[in-house]
Ligand binder design. Structure first.
Ligand SMILES: Nc1ncnc2c1ncn2[C@@H]1O[C@H](COP(=O)(O)OP(=O)(O)OP(=O)(O)O)[C@@H](O)[C@H]1O
Length: 239
């Protein structure tokens, strides 16, 4: 924004960077023969988007997830997170960026079985820059958002699969990430619990959260506002 814009109170004409943006992104694995798991992929995800990436086994979903989550680097092409290049950042800068910007949800919850629901969510605030004095209130607020106020002192082992996944979602959003990255979030759930998690995603999207859901399940993919198919490492946006 220019000084003149400020003085005239004019809205800025500078484009807002996408939350996630990459072009011509490729990931190859060495071998005999080498495998190209992502072929010159293009994608732009705006703040507030709810996007699914659907593809069968071996299509490149995990490869893409690892790159989106800053757990792996592309072989070529630049991955921009909030407009910042990530490819040349050091591992410690990438970890910091990951902790502050991305919340992860996995198929198999990954909760600590001997810690309460509240502790599981509190522990996630330790590495993500939430000030100490705010941690408990933030954890309680995150558990309220996933409708688990009545389970905070329970151990994960006595919860249903759907409740466990909701704890995992609370843990993923407690630090208010810019994007929630979910990998087969309903893969271990029955249809009733899956529906509960998908309803929760609708609510979080309604609150403005940016969501990316990676799945092989069309029912899950169809709930998103934008759908991208991945096939043999190539991305195609569906109408
Ligand atoms: N580290 C690796 N070394 C060599 N090839 C790999 C490596 N990781 C993935 N691949 C190959 O890249 C392709 C895409 O794999 P990827 O795991 O991303 O698929 P996926 O869609 O996640 O599959 P699934 O749904 O079965 O987990 C596959 O052909 C796979 O064999």
């Amino acid at each position: 924004m220019s000084i003149l814009d400020v003085l005239l109170d004019e809205p800025s004409t500078e484009p807002v960077p996408a939350v996630i943006e990459f072009a011509a992104l490729t990931r190859s694995f060495p071998g005999d023969p080498p495998v190209t798991a992502l072929h010159s992929a293009d994608l732009r995800i705006e703040a507030g988007d709810y996007l699914s990436i659907i593809g069968p086994s071996g299509s490149g979903k995990s490869t893409l997830l690892h790159i989106l989550g800053l757990l792996d680097r592309p072989t070529s092409g630049e991955y921009l997170l909030n407009g910042s290049p990530t490819g040349t950042a050091s591992e410690s800068d990438r970890s910091r960026l990951r902790g502050g910007s991305i919340g992860f949800v996995f198929q198999s919850f990954h909760l600590l079985p001997h810690r309460t629901v509240l502790d599981n969510v509190l522990l996630a605030t330790l590495y993500s820059g939430v000030p100490r004095a705010e941690r408990r209130d933030r954890a309680l607020a995150a558990l309220h958002r996933v409708h688990l106020d009545h389970r905070i002192e329970f151990l994960p082992t006595v919860l249903s699969g759907g409740e466990r996944q909701r704890v995992a979602i609370a843990r993923a959003i407690v630090a208010e990430p810019q994007v929630l990255l979910a990998d087969e979030p309903t893969g271990n759930l029955d249809s009733v619990n899956s529906a509960g998690v998908l309803d929760l995603f609708d609510e979080l999207h309604g609150d403005g959260l940016t969501l990316v859901v990676i799945t092989h399940d069309a029912h899950v993919s169809d709930r998103a506002q934008r759908r991208v198919r991945i096939s043999d490492g190539r991305l195609t946006e569906l109408a």
